[in-house]
Design a protein around this ligand. Structure first.
Ligand SMILES: Cc1cc2nc3c(=O)[nH]c(=O)nc-3n(C[C@H](O)[C@H](O)[C@H](O)COP(=O)(O)OP(=O)(O)OC[C@H]3O[C@@H](n4cnc5c(N)ncnc54)[C@H](O)[C@@H]3O)c2cc1C
Length: 215
């Protein structure tokens, strides 16, 4: 007689809990699954707390709806499996703002994580350098070359664009300064476009055009 499996999952964050559900669904009949959690609370980094009397997510507050190929994401599949598909809350379209010289100004559109694809749109918040982004006569980046995002944007568009747009947006995502973040690692689509385009704005537009559009 085959003895039933006994599986221990160490950690009751979303990874451990999703693994437990997967085992429940696909492991042989009679499999015993135990989740060990040290903290006394399931969820790990996922944690809804309270701030100023209202609920607020202290960890992740959003997830991707689509996988890279355009299909349903694993998170949506899991929510559906748990009977929570109808409870998914889609974000309302809000207007993010930047505090510039004491005034809140809408974050300009058309940027790639803060790197502008349209200089006019960013001029009010982060005026580009006077002779900004002239045709370099050759691609911005040579084959195999890398640079920091900050260095490239400073060179092409000036300091204000880095400090008021790129650092708040890209730096916010990667918890670092644009001057210390590799273009190839943090913005691979822009790096690819920069190997063909002669201007930064052209490279941003090319990268945006190449990005798959999920509904
Ligand atoms: C502030 C913040 C915002 C985020 N925003 C997003 C977002 O918007 N979208 C997104 O997709 N992701 C986001 N993330 C990342 C996402 O939250 C994590 O990648 C994910 O929750 C990690 O899940 P996990 O189960 O792998 O790890 P964890 O959630 O860290 O769970 C690990 C669990 O294992 C337990 N454990 C560890 N060691 C032991 C042991 N020896 N014995 C027993 N138990 C143990 C821990 O107590 C913990 O409960 C964010 C993260 C943070 C911190």
């Amino acid at each position: 007689m085959v003895r039933p499996w006994r599986v221990a999952i160490v950690g009751g964050g979303i990874t451990g809990l999703a693994a437990a559900v997967r085992l429940r669904d696909s492991a042989p009949e009679g499999t015993e699954v135990t989740v060990y959690e040290q903290s006394g609370r399931l969820g790990g980094k996922l944690f809804t707390g309270e701030l100023a009397g209202g609920p607020v997510e202290f960890g992740a507050e959003s997830f991707l709806m689509r996988d890279p190929a355009g299909g349903e994401s694993a998170a949506v599949t899991l929510a559906r499996r748990l009977g929570l598909a109808e409870a998914i809350v889609h974000p309302t379209v809000g207007q993010a703002a930047l505090l510039v010289d004491g005034t809140l100004r809408p974050v300009p559109g058309g940027t790639l994580v803060g790197v502008p694809g349209d200089l006019e749109k960013v001029a009010a918040v982060a005026p580009p350098a006077a002779d900004a982004d002239r045709d370099a006569g050759h691609p911005l980046l040579a084959a195999g070359e890398d640079t920091s995002v900050g260095e490239l944007v400073r060179k092409r568009l000036g300091d204000a664009v880095v400090e008021r747009l790129v650092d708040p947006m890209l730096g916010g995502v990667y918890a670092g300064r644009a001057d210390d973040l590799s273009l190839v690692t943090t913005m691979p689509a822009l790096a690819r476009a920069a190997r063909a385009e002669h201007t930064l704005v052209g490279a941003v537009r090319a990268a945006q055009a190449a990005a798959p559009r999920a509904p």
